[in-house]
Design a protein around this ligand. Sequence first.
Ligand code: ZN
Length: 573
Amino acid sequence: MQTHPTNVTGIFCTGLWIFLLCCLLPSAPTAAAPKGFSLDFTTIRLGDETQGASGANMGIGVSKTTARSAGAPAGQTPEQGTARPPDQVTEQTAGQTNGQEKAQANGQVADAKPEITSVASVRSEGSDTPAAGKPDTAAATAPVVLVVGGIQGDEPGGFSAATLLTTHYTIQKGVLWVVPNLNFPSIIKRSRGLHGDMNRKFAKLDNSDPEFGTVRRIQELISHPRVGLVLNLHDGSGYYRQSFEDKLRNPNRWGQSVIIDQEALDGVFMGALGNEARRAAAAANSNLLSPQHALHVHNTKTAEGDREMEKSLSYYAVRQGKAAFGLEASKEFSVEVRAYYHLLMVESFLAQAGVKFTRGFALTPEGVRGALLDKLDVSFVDNKVFLPLEDVRPAINRLPLSKDAPAQAVTSKPIMAVLPCANGEEGQYCVHYGNRMITQIRPDWREMDHSLSGMRVLADGHETDAAFGQVLEISKSLVVQPASGYRVNAIGYDSGRKDESGELMTLKDFQPRFSVDRQGRLYRVEVYKAQRFSGMFLVRFVSGANRLTSNDPLPNAKDRLPDKPGQESTLGF
Ligand SMILES: [Zn+2]
């Protein structure tokens, strides 16, 4: 199933319900997440709901339903506080959560209908793995594949590939659990590890370690009785070779390899580790972009005395009796090429594990790039404020928000986060996407008015609804119909009037420097009731020339992913 149609205003895939499962972190949160902001890792469950929701006995199964319905008729916009109908629920999110979302979501568990539960997203925290010995009715079914990305924060190929599994893959048979952002604080800081190397913390770990809680939670997930295969995604330096060829190609490099701890793990699912690894490497090698990129299997023979590898996540998994592999793309490549090789390997392992899937993009570097860059958005205040970020300006000024809104932002990708800017002015918020900071939000703090869900408009002369959170595509003109007691402020449109309802607005009436996007086509239309903010929709002018501002050059898509090799590490893996 193509979950992300490319021909609409951009924002919505239809028919997907999202199950965002959240539990409170029992231990102290790791550093780097200011109060109210969570950077705990996310577990996203894909596949057969009845299997994946062995989580049901985890006391979870929560749905956060953010309408991202650019195309959805405003007339269907539900009243404040009610769940949206399935055809408006679109995007899986796994960003920050809060008590309110949890409460909403918990209320929806009982209502979840199987036919709309094609995507399950679990916020995995301490208490959401079942207690040992708890009966698990689904345990007899096919083993779950667990994919982990981002154990080291400066390896974007791995965590980008893992993210794509959650946003652009539909599992048709079997179950896939994905943790795309294991070391989320380090991802945000583009650091291998803010508190040392997390991949050396799986043998023993002092409970005073700031990452103790995170490591324990991923260990619980790995040792979950349903998990049968663990793939840990890395970006490594150079190219692994069994014998020395040159400085970049030798046994001490890690890039382009499938790593195993030993040749076999007897008696377990996919326990012929060497054979499975060679099969995955061969599958990727039949799709090489250059013969130089060939992948090799690297057996670290950990049990024979590799003191470093003994501390790794994958060897922990092996000790739990799980087939485990480290997948390494080379840091010599741009992010999309790294993710391309990761997905070739992952897809081979999924096939070997009996998991069937469809993918919503072509598996080429260009397809991967497109998928990584599409559907980038953030939503605030129950979608009263919605921002497409694919082509966002470096800053969004005077965005009306309630004080609690930034910590409750809902993002479209699990490696996105809204956080107070580290070095910015007080009260500014940075929107992060993996290793990149994509825009800065400067809020105009407002009390909220909840009496309205949208406005009536004349769009190119046709009367229709504009729901808050919607992106309205306009060819020529927009008129917002007056509504008694409310005033309209189109940002960048200067009529000199306090209320801009009733005005005929065209692209040339807007000052480009106020646009949300860098092409000067996308503008905010905000609605107020006295001093309170009621909501906003966006208008995108789809005809006419771009209206770039001179000091804001046309974004080059190539500049929008970190293409530079990540920080070098002698350990690599
Ligand atoms: Zn690594």
